[in-house]
Design a protein around this ligand. Structure first.
Ligand code: SAH
Ligand code: SF4
Length: 398
């Protein structure tokens, strides 16, 4: 038996090509795409304005297959986190963060991650596999349509997507790009390019390709002002050192929907958080390539996890660091993390599991989190994106 094509794998052009094979015109693909993404419909028989003949064809060759939800947790502030089963004992997380005037979904791109940053529990788990386009899109598909029902809203709930969940999106490029296109498509989710952000540890050639193929907002995880330190924290730096990353950022800016690059900087106590590091960053940003880099900085207090051997910088240290950057004219925000007390930051539910994590183990951790959360009467927080929810302390983040 041939397997059914999952239509969540296709951007609109892909769906049009698929429909073409069925000898259906492009406008049929548009109708179908709208049913799937705008209306959240997965049952072809309910797509009432599609020709009956097409619906009958589709049943035999295609499906709209979402991801099973292993767990869902909602915090008092409306933040919701889902754990999705991607098979083979792997699970990935997506997080919805509601804020005034916008709703952000933090989306995963891989099960595990091969980059292996020292401060990241996803990286510590190692790499399991790339997500398919359908598995990336399914996170938004599910979250958007679940939330509309849950919040009794007819209109769009999720206005922003950040590829800041588990995995390095630019190491899963071919699956990422069609997903981004579905996010942006007016017949899909209709998100603005400025409101879809790819966060990367600095996969230089793929940043260039993204500029050409699908320029969305770019965030680069910098974490250090010099190669010696970044080599230790972000092993990919040995392949693509800071100067090359910054060069590609300058090239990206020619195509980017925003006129700055966001640099993320995880604040690690005694490691990269000293005044001299901040001053070195200022120098780097001002002088790179003789012209400097238009940028903003996001300082992320480290979310500790067991066996990382690292601790978060004090609030006073983070503020002092932010002050040096902002005094030098660099717009700097500090993300507020929540939930570090319950080990619930992104990729960190699995943080105590040293080996490649199995879904069952993750489930056990979720239960543990829930218990701790209830016990402590604290909200659960989430994700690297938990970090996104914060109130900027130095300047407002747009
Ligand atoms: N792989 C991509 C995107 C996912 S990670 C990247 O590295 O950019 C998203 C963000 O969360 C990155 O900036 C990453 O450095 C940060 N992060 C990872 N682990 C963290 C931790 N324990 N505490 C705080 N931020 C963390
Ligand atoms: Fe991978 Fe990003 Fe974690 Fe580094 S920070 S290990 S690139 S997910």
């Amino acid at each position: 038996m041939t397997s059914l094509a999952n239509l969540l794998d296709f951007d609109l052009d892909g769906l049009a090509a698929f429909c073409d094979q069925l000898e259906e015109k492009r406008f049929r693909a548009v109708q179908l795409f709208r049913w799937i993404h705008q209306r959240g419909e997965s049952d072809f028989s309910r797509m009432s304005d599609l020709a009956k003949s097409l619906r009958e064809k589709l049943v035999n060759v295609a499906c709209v297959q979402a991801l099973p939800v292993l767990a869902q947790r909602e915090s008092a502030d409306g933040t919701i986190k889902w754990l999705f089963d991607v098979g083979g004992g792997n699970a990935v997380e997506a997080v919805f963060i509601p804020e005034d005037g916008r709703g952000t979904l933090c989306v995963s791109s891989q099960a595990g991650c091969a980059v292996g940053c020292r401060f990241c529990s996803t990286g510590r788990q190692g790499f399991s596999r790339n997500l398919r386009t359908s598995e990336i899109v399914a996170q938004l598909w599910f979250a958007e349509h679940f939330l509309r029902q849950h919040l009794h809203r007819d209109e769009r709930v999720i206005s922003n997507v950040v590829m800041m969940g588990m995995g390095e999106p630019l190491q899963n490029y071919s699956m990422l790009v069609p997903a981004l296109r579905s996010f942006l498509d007016d017949h899909g989710y209709g998100l603005s390019r400025r409101r879809v952000t790819v966060s990367t540890s600095g996969v230089v050639p793929m940043i260039d390709r993204l500029a050409a193929d699908c320029p969305v907002a770019l965030a680069v995880s910098l974490h250090a002002p010099n190669d010696a330190l970044r080599d230790e924290l972000v092993p990919l730096n040995r392949k693509y050192p800071i100067a090359e990353v910054l060069d590609t950022c300058l090239r990206y800016l020619r195509r980017a929907p925003r006129d700055f690059i966001t640099f993320e900087y995880c604040m690690l106590d005694g490691v990269n958080d000293q005044d001299e590091h901040a001053r070195e960053l200022v120098q780097l940003m001002r002088s790179h390539a003789g012209q400097g880099i238009p940028c903003k900085f996001n300082l992320i207090p480290f979310n500790p996890f067991m066996a990382s051997g690292l601790t978060c910088s004090s609030a006073a240290r983070v503020q002092a660091f932010a002050r040096i950057l902002s005094d030098a004219g660099i717009v700097t925000t500090v993300r507020k993390t929540r939930g570090d007390d319950i080990d619930a930051a992104c990729g960190q539910l699995a943080g105590n599991v040293r080996d490649r994590t199995r879904a069952a183990q993750r489930m056990a951790q979720w239960r543990g989190v829930e218990h701790t959360a209830q016990h402590a009467r604290r909200t659960i927080a989430v994700s690297h994106a938990g970090a996104i929810t914060g109130t900027p302390s130095v300047a407002q983040e747009h």
